[in-house]
Design a protein around this ligand. Structure first.
Ligand code: NAP
Length: 511
């Protein structure tokens, strides 16, 4: 692989946003907002760029006492501050955050490129998606409404009635992964805050800068001072948050392995778990081959395959297999990997450890008779878009790529003749996030839609959760609950039933 990194990575820190939330010497050292102050300490943790592994910033690392204090502030003051804000005011604050994100959009883009390794277009996509999510908060509101239940149909409830309402749980802990360090913060914040909760964000250790910047604009927009905290602990240290009984809801996005640890530690709390995936794509014999191949190539490689909804297995009907394979190879060969600040299509993986795992997965597939059709190599944490052909489904099931989620631009391709068998095979995977179907035969599509054990199916499109306009979420080890505009309200609010009894008062009228 030929990767050239011409210039060292340096954050563009001219803007006001950085002066307010960081001490700036040679590099900025960020002060996490901890529910009442921009926090400073003696211990500084490094933040690196995945582009060249250089240190681009630092942050003041919170100690145990400050974490305890932040939780206490959120619990004893912040949650009441949010609950006492009228809903109309909460939505106004959310709209103001969107306005400010527009003002500081270039700073957010710069941070996402340099701290996450996204290309400029992909970083801008994440910033615009975040603004879009904020702007669409009013679509969540309907789900805050409740029910009226008349007691008329049971002798024990005659002459009574109930109102079933939703109210905020109190404190939501949002644990976010590295791959959408801004959007995941925004999305979890919107549905939690809108429904009246205070929010603690635990960013990924690799790239917390976007969440630091978010706290600055959230406060400027009017989020009450004790109602938000960004607590940049490492995963290992996060038990102190996960186990705390003052936290009522955990909204977690990350790998299935970490998700299981969080579930074990959480105790009795409300959970939304958006976990690992990697999706299958079925190509039926009447599919438009050019369009399908192009969409599948994007589905495999967008943001270097570091997406839960990335395509990882391509299953093609026998009669068109060679043609589809040739077109996907052609599409993948065109994708340029390199420094995302240059004119490239995809940048690096988040770290070298993941790139080594990519190599292992390739080697494992080759040992099992697989053949590299395109790609296969790596340089540091940069890897090529890769397609590996596997002869049959039984062998496929034994591969690392089938059994694990390889967070890189890589997929398996396999031919099938029997649709039922292909469905059965895919359902044996431990993940069940999404699937894609390319084709026209309504009977086959209907069968796939009915039988696939997944949370979402995209027909003639590659899986893309986007801003959650359509709800998404997994089955099996891919998760519990759904994210998506409106739908997540269900997980951050509790149902309260209020029964009004009028028995014997002589005022009752049947409905
Ligand atoms: P990860 O390693 O599981 O980390 C996710 C978050 O959990 C990070 O903030 C991490 O902190 C934290 N964490 C780690 N160990 C923890 C623990 N014991 N207790 C509490 N928190 C802990 O995942 P990732 O590599 O950042 O993200 C990629 C994964 O996210 C993939 O599996 C992907 O499929 C999944 N994902 C799923 C969806 C979906 O909608 N289903 C969307 C996006 C991503 P540290 O960074 O400090 O380790």
């Amino acid at each position: 692989m030929d990767i050239v990194i011409r210039e060292p990575v340096k954050l563009n820190i001219e803007s006001e946003i950085f002066r307010e939330i960081a001490d700036i010497d040679e590099i900025p050292v960020f002060k996490p907002y901890m529910a009442d102050i921009f926090y400073k300490s003696k211990i500084i943790a490094d933040i690196k760029s995945p582009i060249d592994q250089s240190k681009i910033a630092g942050f003041f690392k919170p100690d145990k006492e400050s974490v305890k204090l932040a939780i206490e502030n959120i619990h004893s003051k912040g949650k009441t501050q949010v609950r006492n804000l009228p809903g109309e005011k909460r939505i106004e604050i959310i709209q103001k955050i969107a306005d400010l994100m527009e003002v500081f959009a270039d700073d957010f883009v710069d941070v996402l490129v340099k701290n996450t390794g996204k290309t400029y277009s992909s970083a801008r996509g994440e910033v615009e998606g975040s603004i879009d999510r904020l702007r669409r908060a009013h679509l969540d509101l309907k789900r805050m409404q409740g029910d009226f239940v008349p007691g008329d149909w049971d002798e024990h409830t005659l002459e009574s009635e109930a109102i079933i309402k939703r109210e905020p749980y109190g404190v939501v802990l949002a644990i976010v992964p590295f791959n959408y360090p801004l959007f995941d913060v925004v999305n979890k914040f919107v549905y939690s805050f809108l429904s009246g909760n205070a929010v603690i964000v635990k960013p990924a250790s690799a790239n917390p800068i976007a969440s630091f910047c978010f706290s600055f604009i959230a406060l400027k927009a009017g989020v009450p001072e004790n109602a938000l905290a960004i607590i940049p602990l490492s995963g290992k240290e996060s038990g102190v948050l996960v186990e705390d009984s003052r936290i009522n809801v955990i909204s977690f996005t990350g790998s299935s392995k970490t998700g299981k640890e969080v579930i074990k530690k959480a105790g009795i709390k409300q959970l939304v778990m958006e976990l690992g995936g990697g999706d299958p794509a079925f190509v039926l014999e009447d599919a438009d081959i050019e369009i399908s191949a192009s969409k599948i190539a994007t589905g495999i490689t967008s943001f270097s395959g570091q997406r839960c909804d990335a395509i990882k297995i391509v299953l093609v009907e026998n009669s068109i297999y060679d043609h589809v394979k040739e077109r996907i190879i052609n599409e993948l060969s065109k994708i340029k990997v390199g420094d995302p600040r240059e004119n490239t299509d995809i940048g690096p993986l988040i770290d070298e450890r993941t790139a080594i795992l990519f190599e292992k997965a390739v080697e494992d597939a080759l040992n099992k008779g697989g053949k590299i059709l395109v790609g296969g190599s790596r340089w540091r944490n940069y890897v090529e878009p890769t397609l590996v052909e596997i002869d049959d489904m039984e062998t496929m099931k034994t591969t690392m790529m089938f059994q694990e989620e390889i967070f890189a631009p890589i997929a398996l391709i396999v031919a099938f003749g029997n649709l039922d068998y292909a469905i059965k095979t895919v359902n044996e995977r431990k993940y069940g996030l999404d699937a894609a179907i390319f084709g026209k035969d309504i009977n086959k599509i209907r069968k796939l839609v009915r039988l696939l054990d997944v949370g979402a199916i995209y027909i003639n499109e590659y899986p893309r959760h986007g801003i959650g306009y359509y709800p998404f979420g997994g089955r099996k080890e891919s998760g519990i609950g759904r994210e998506g505009i409106g739908y997540s309200i269900e997980y951050v609010t509790a149902i309260k039933t209020i029964v009004y009894n009028y028995k014997g008062k002589g005022i009752w009228e049947y409905m």
